[in-house]
Design a protein around this ligand. Structure first.
Ligand code: ZN
Length: 492
């Protein structure tokens, strides 16, 4: 017995030693190499704000398909870009895709450099009529007040489109052509999936035989006070995004009068299925949150570092912690959300058809097929039929060792040396998901600082961006353009 305790004692001691060793040798965030050339380029702030405010005034609202696109605002937006950025329009070859989306090509002087694509979207989500009177400034007024620019699209995503254009206007104003060919692509229906905008743009590039060194789209930010384990701001670069899928569950029954009901009505059968789905959620994995934790782990306190560096031991603990909050729980599994229910149109009529729509956000590693299989197996009820709609697989995972990732993360460090930079899995969807056949390096980032409060403004009431953030995003793009294309030693 004594020997057994001794052995256990040795094993425990050994585990503790290994644990601390790993905690202290955990992957150290890539060293910061200051670039002496980095300059925050001078921006004509009044002009930039004026251009941006006008862009917000144009109500480029996306409505769900099959509602047709309202042409006027998009055409007005195109014109606004042409008026605001004459040097860009003089230099670039502009191509209109599917009537409303835009591609700008800036031909480079060195053909040996693979092109880079910078993306954004011109459309915005609608304003919920009931909330209209809750806005501090009218959502399409583009009001400049209290150091902010207010309105729908101020962050998502007119900031990207306008900041990119401002940055390029400045870059080209010196009279130099880029060494590397650059493209800008601005979709017109990102908020409803990008099937008519970004998807068609990607098809256009495919026809042209264009491949990209990397693609940068919206979808990452500098977050402050977002996660408790680090005190520093965290710049998150999206390197993958979850898939999307709706399944409509339908139970067809004979119907009839509700005074003589069967054992289970259609809605009753559906309710049982829904309970099963909510009780047997998809399996969890810390695989994708780990990519973020690995990068920030070395900057946290010893306890956190111990937990992060020893996931062979602590993974169940981490998963438990993540499950406590909706925001983090979504990062460790394919999520299940019942969103729509339909039964009879009258209280005393048994429905012949009852249906429920369940929305899934799919973790990389799974597919729309595996999700459907899982759902069928869990429900296991042949009275229910399944219809899949609006489905796309999760993206591939882009490398953090590419030229693109290095350029983006280094430039972030130069502009925000207080921030930690880490890759992450994007929970929502972006237009960039359509570009994986054109490059294996797709990243998502916009250089603005947000708190949980400003995050909630995106798609919500009082969306606004501070002038400081907007100017920083212009300077950031200018620097990224310089490093990636205008610099004499643009990386290969
Ligand atoms: Zn967006």
């Amino acid at each position: 017995m004594k020997t057994l305790f001794k052995i256990i004692g040795y094993v425990v001691t050994l585990l503790i030693i290994i644990g601390f060793y790993r905690a202290n040798t955990l992957y150290v965030d890539t060293q910061y190499y200051p670039d002496n050339d980095t300059k925050k380029v001078a921006v004509n702030i009044n002009k930039a704000i004026n251009n941006f405010s006008k862009a917000i005034k144009i109500p480029t609202v996306s409505k769900d398909y099959p509602t047709p696109v309202t042409p006027e605002p998009f055409l007005a937006f195109h014109q606004h870009l042409a008026d605001s950025f004459p040097i860009v329009h003089n230099f670039a070859h502009r191509k209109i895709i599917n009537q409303y989306s835009l591609v700008y090509k800036f031909a480079g002087t060195d053909d040996s450099l693979k092109p880079i694509l910078y993306m954004g979207h011109m459309d915005v989500v609608p304003i919920d009529e009931d909330t209209l009177n809750k806005w501090s400034y009218a959502p399409f007024s583009g009001t400049v007040a209290q150091g902010n620019i207010w309105g729908r699209g101020a962050i998502d995503d007119k900031s990207t489109v306008m900041a990119l254009m401002e940055a390029m206007e400045i870059s080209l104003s010196k009279g130099d052509a880029p060494k590397r060919t650059l493209y800008f692509a601005f979709g017109h229906d990102e908020e409803v999936g990008g099937s008519q905008g970004a998807k068609k743009i990607a098809e256009y590039f495919k026809q042209q035989g264009v491949n990209f060194e990397f693609v940068l789209d919206e979808g990452g930010l500098i977050t402050e006070d977002m996660i408790s384990i680090v005190d520093q701001p965290l710049a998150i670069i999206g390197i993958a995004e979850k898939g999307f899928m709706n399944i409509r569950l339908t139970a067809e029954r004979p119907g009839g009068h509700s005074s003589m009901p069967p054992e289970n009505t259609g809605p009753g059968i559906l309710a049982q299925a829904i309970v099963k789905l909510e009780q047997k959620k998809f399996p969890t994995t810390a695989k994708y949150t780990n990519i973020t934790f690995d990068a920030i782990g070395s900057h946290s306190d010893l306890t956190t570092r111990f937990v992060m560096a020893n996931q062979w031991l602590t993974e169940p603990m981490i998963i438990n912690e993540m499950l406590n909050e909706q925001r983090t729980a979504a990062g460790i599994r394919t999520t299940t959300a019942v969103t729509m229910l339909k039964g009879s149109s009258k209280s005393n009529i048994l429905p012949t058809k009852a249906s429920a729509v369940v929305n899934f956000r799919i973790l990389p590693g799974e597919t729309t097929e595996t999700v459907l299989e899982y759902v069928k197996a869990i429900i296991n009820d042949d009275r229910i039929s399944y219809e899949v709609f609006m489905a796309n697989n999760p993206s591939k995972v882009s490398s953090t060792n590419s030229i693109g990732y290095k350029l983006i993360s280094q430039t972030i460090r130069e502009f925000a040396n207080d921030a930690l930079v880490a890759p992450y899995l994007v929970m929502g969807g972006t237009d960039s998901k359509h570009f994986y056949s054109l490059t294996n390096a797709v990243y998502r980032f916009l250089m603005i600082r947000v708190t949980p409060k400003t995050m909630s403004l995106i798609h919500g009431i009082d969306e606004h961006i501070s002038i400081e953030n907007y100017v920083m995003s212009i300077q950031f793009f200018h620097e990224l353009l310089r490093k990636s294309a205008f610099d004499n030693e643009a990386p290969k």
